[in-house]
Design a protein around this ligand. Structure first.
Ligand code: CTP
Length: 206
């Protein structure tokens, strides 16, 4: 199979030297990339992370949510499975200043606008044989909120976790497909969870 995997937290530039981002390390997306490669799959990795690209991967480096969307739109038609492991910013500065913003007054307000929901776009545009997998980061009502995303974004699989997973070596993830009950992978390394996830995707394609 040809996997398209996204990783890392996007950077939304306020001016040429400052950006808004989040605490995502990109390690889950990279673990998924390695797990897919180990099983003999081809991977295109679209990454906003500073981690070194795994050997043998087709690597596309991006900064912002808009750039990630452009790269996903370009590569999605040729993939069998998209896994959106990236922590994509939901908002980006309304306008990015051309020059470095100077100190001024006591309060600074930055106007933000919505970014495109890349996963939702993929759920809407997928072909019959394409698998689209999303993540859900939830600090409460994890299963209910994740199931809502599974349906609303027309996904084939959702992987839910909590903020405790960010940057951690081990984490607990819960997985659901439209036709199967919840599966819980408890306190596992990202490599072990990634291996299980790739196996579940392979099963979905069969
Ligand atoms: N995602 C995306 N494009 C965005 C925002 C999120 O593709 N602009 C994807 C993420 O890569 C992840 C999934 O959507 O796979 C869920 O992200 P999450 O932040 O948990 O949820 P949101 O849909 O953004 O909703 P909320 O922040 O309100 O929980």
């Amino acid at each position: 199979m040809h996997f398209l995997i996204t990783a890392g937290g996007t950077r939304e530039y306020i001016d040429p030297v400052r950006f808004i981002t989040n605490a995502s390390s990109g390690r889950m997306g990279y673990a998924l990339t390695r797990a897919a490669q180990k099983t003999g799959h081809r991977v295109t990795l679209i990454s906003a992370s500073d981690l070194q690209p795994p050997v043998g991967v087709e690597f596309v480096g991006v900064d912002s949510a808009a750039e990630m969307f452009g790269a996903v739109k370009k590569h999605f038609p040729r993939c069998d499975c998209l896994i959106m492991a990236a922590a994509v910013a939901d908002y980006t500065p309304f306008r990015s200043a051309k020059n470095k913003i100077k100190k001024q007054g006591k309060l600074l307000t930055i106007k933000l606008k919505h970014t495109v929901d890349i996963l939702k776009w993929a759920g809407r545009h997928k072909k019959k044989n394409q698998v689209v997998v999303g993540f859900a980061l939830e600090d409460k009502n994890l299963r209910a909120n994740a199931e809502k995303k599974l349906k609303e974004k027309n996904l084939d699989m959702i992987i839910a976790n909590t903020p405790a997973a960010i940057g951690a070596d081990k984490s607990t993830v819960q997985i659901k497909t439209p036709d199967s009950p919840w599966t819980k992978i408890e306190n596992a390394t990202k490599a072990a969870s990634a291996k299980r996830i790739i196996r579940l995707v392979e099963k979905l394609r069969r």
